[in-house]
Design a protein around this ligand. Sequence first.
Ligand SMILES: Nc1nc2c(c(=O)[nH]1)N[C@H]1C(S)=C(S)[C@@H](COP(=O)(O)O)O[C@H]1N2
Ligand SMILES: [Mo]
Length: 344
Amino acid sequence: MAMSTKFTRGILKQASWQMKESEVTPQEVFKSRRQIIKAMGLGAIGASLPGHVQAGLFDLFGEDNKEVFATSPLTYTQPAAFSAGGQELTPFDKVAGHNNFYEFGTDKADPAANAQGFKVDPWVLRVEGEVDTPLTLGYDDLYKFALEERIYRLRCVEAWSMVIPWVGFPLATILNKAGIKPEAKYVAFETLFDRSQMPGQRNRLMGGGIHYPYVEGLTLGEAMNELSFLAVGLYGKTLPPQNGAPIRLVVPWKYGFKSIKSIVTIKVTQRQPPTSWNQLAPHEYGFLANVNPEVDHPRWSQASERRIGPGGLFSATRIPTEMFNGYGEQVAGLYQGVDLRKYY
Ligand SMILES: Nc1nc2c(c(=O)[nH]1)N[C@H]1C(S)=C(S)[C@@H](COP(=O)(O)O)O[C@H]1N2
Ligand SMILES: [Mo]
């Protein structure tokens, strides 16, 4: 089944609840798979196979890790301002079993299957660029900040969402520690680049077409906002690798792809940094990427989302998507006078 043909023909602006998860996977990924299948000499055969079989062929590139990554309990406070507020949490097995982390494969189950041997200790996180004091933090340093639990909604651009209890500290804490110079305007982030550990980085086609390392960025105003968070844990323990161990960004009013995982560099800059999904498909993914039910993705509606809750994966409820993912009170002020249709 030629997925991309289907995209261009039939499902433009189709309600996303009518779509299967595989259909909202970025078109570029399916293009990549077709190229791999072609390269493997399966050509016409591969192209005529059903999507799940194509995914199976793709998995031939995956690692066969028998190890299970060990997480450990954290000590943290639970500020009332970031409690669940009556929302049902997405169970741990789904938070840690349904992931986007293309460095470990492009299917939702790939990161949990392929990342268990990921080495996070030693780790080096650098905070650099337009700062007074560049910082170099080791693995243990990541857990020395005052940790708190924050229950945030995570809304993927593919129109599924979760409610996740993260543990971590505000991004502003680390930026203030380094000291921001007056000329600073943006903050750039980079994921680890390590082809020996991340199979998706070995060949551009295996990692969904992304140019690795995965990079992201925020305006300085966004980075200093109270919601911007560096997570080192979830459900009370250190992060599983599939969720971005040992440290990842969480910016809950933006589409999930902004929340970059397994960060090694935080660089304060004067210029807007390049961002991975924007580079891959600029007409589909913007720099701001604020959750916005009024601005549809070119290939599907963003008006509603599939909330992945305690029920079976496919029993998830369809709920309306909220502007800024419901965090307008905290962040709307950042976009006064900004045309959010133009800057999607
Ligand atoms: N380095 C890196 N970070 C990433 C991604 C990725 O592929 N690589 N995927 C993003 C996307 S699309 C989403 S929706 C979230 C998913 O986070 P989760 O798997 O912890 O739910 O991670 C984001 N961070
Ligand atoms: Mo996403």
